[in-house]
Design a protein around this ligand. Structure first.
Ligand SMILES: Nc1ncnc2c1ncn2[C@@H]1O[C@H](COP(=O)(O)OP(=O)(O)OP(=O)(O)O)[C@@H](O)[C@H]1O
Ligand SMILES: [Mg+2]
Length: 144
């Protein structure tokens, strides 16, 4: 069975809107309830915005995961921008290098079950998040 995957370019606000729509659609097809869909969409929105605003654009790839009775959705955001010099600082709620609220990264982290951020100054940033959902019976995700 092929693993359902896809990608969305992130260059501007229209792309961020597309990204939100894609995440909503796939999350719905995977079987997430509205709350779980919204959590994924909100996290995606923040991470996509960071990739556009700070990373100079990039892309999101999505992947449907299946493990026993759980299905999951992994979203990976990659940009080749300035990177983050101090990850600990960037992950402090309320800290922003610009005029933001400084809640995008920490807020996203709380909306998912797995959150991995990797960044190198001058090279770019990669953030990968996963949200799981336990299904009542084994699922077939091949048709997504
Ligand atoms: N992809 C990225 N590339 C470079 N720096 C980033 C990236 N994502 C986040 N950062 C840095 O981490 C900081 C914190 O990001 P976070 O999204 O939490 O807050 P914010 O974008 O400043 O404000 P907002 O609450 O509006 O999202 C940013 O101010 C920025 O300096
Ligand atoms: Mg942000």
């Amino acid at each position: 069975m092929d693993v359902p995957v896809g990608r969305v370019a992130l260059r501007n606000s229209q792309d961020i809107a597309n990204c939100r729509q894609t995440v909503r659609r796939v999350a719905q097809q995977v079987g997430f309830e509205v709350l779980g869909q919204t959590m994924l969409v909100t996290a995606a929105s923040e991470l996509a915005r960071n990739a556009v605003v700070y990373g100079g654009g990039g892309e999101m790839t999505w992947e449907v995961l299946s493990q026993g009775r759980s299905v999951g959705m992994r979203l990976t955001f990659v940009d080749h921008g300035q990177g983050i010099a101090d990850l600990k600082l960037a992950l402090t709620p309320g800290w922003s290098s610009g005029l933001g609220l400084g809640l995008g990264l920490t807020g996203s982290k709380r909306l998912v079950h797995e959150f991995v951020i990797d960044s190198a100054p001058g090279k770019g940033t990669r953030v990968s998040v996963v949200r799981w959902k336990r299904m009542s019976r084994p699922t077939e995700t091949g048709s997504i």
